[in-house]
Design a protein around this ligand. Structure first.
Ligand code: PEP
Length: 256
């Protein structure tokens, strides 16, 4: 059975004290979850401070990005071991804002995935097409090429430590959500690609998240959909009540 995951991507929001207060209050509410794994991805500046709060809880911490080199003259960057030593188990890689605002290529993202895996971090690997690509019928071509680049040479024991998030670029932060059918179709394609490369067993156990304007009002119909094992949430993860409501929807669905 696949694990359900809800990951919060705070992006460039919340200063240190605010992150701390928010996590303190939220984590108390999330203590009794039985089936949903929560991953909080705050800005780098809050990681260590929050990690102290999350000790002895099942809530995991993740970075939002990292560099692929181990150390050196890369001003403004952060390495996998820095994330690990700040309490992270996860790192978001290939987020569309990194791909399209910061021009990260498939090749750079691949190097980051390899670096994360070799430093005991679990990558949350984001893939997704732009609006124009969807409109011109290129969705599966884009997803295939992002998948193939990210997963080439990844061994079976390593893929078990990866999480994939399908995030259509046109749905991120826009209020537009993929319909359950659109999301399920692409997430099914991703699962087929995993099966082709590894096995049905590996494909069946891989958590594939959906991200793109998830809210309490659409979480139910999305989580009921085949191939959606949880969410990567931006905007709604900044508001305690909204995030908690979405987590509860996923948790209730898991129990049924
Ligand atoms: C995201 O940043 O990964 C995301 C899905 O954002 P939002 O939920 O705001 O669309």
């Amino acid at each position: 059975m696949r694990q359900n995951i809800v990951a919060a991507n705070w992006k460039m929001n919340k200063e240190v004290q605010e992150s701390y207060n928010f996590t303190k209050s939220l984590s108390k509410k999330l203590l009794n979850l039985k089936r949903t794994h929560i991953i909080l991805c705050p800005p780098f500046t809050s990681l260590f401070y929050i990690s102290e709060l999350l000790k002895n809880t099942s809530i995991a911490l993740g970075g939002q990005n990292m560099h692929y080199e181990k150390s050196g003259a890369f001003t403004g960057e952060i390495s996998s071991s820095m994330l690990k030593s700040s309490g992270c188990d996860y790192v978001i890689l290939g987020h569309s804002e990194r791909r399209h605002i910061f021009n990260e290529s498939n090749e750079a993202i691949k190097k980051k995935i390899d670096a994360a895996l070799s430093n005991d971090l679990k990558p949350i690997i984001c893939v997704g097409e732009k609006l124009g690509e969807r409109q011109s019928g290129k969705t599966s071509e884009v997803i295939r090429s992002q998948y193939k680049s990210a997963f080439s040479d990844i061994l079976e024991y390593e893929i078990n430590r990866c999480v994939i998030a399908y995030e259509p670029v046109w749905a991120i932060g826009t209020g537009m959500t993929a319909t359950p059918e659109q999301a399920s179709e692409v997430q099914g394609l991703i699962r087929n690609l995993i099966e082709e490369q590894y096995s049905k067993n590996v494909a069946d156990s891989m958590p594939i998240l959906y991200g793109g304007s998830v809210k309490p009002t659409n979480a139910n119909s999305l989580i009921e959909t085949e191939n959606i094992d949880g969410f990567l949430i931006g905007g709604a993860s900044l508001v305690e009540e909204l995030f908690f409501e979405i987590v509860n929807i996923v948790e209730q669905y898991s129990i049924e």
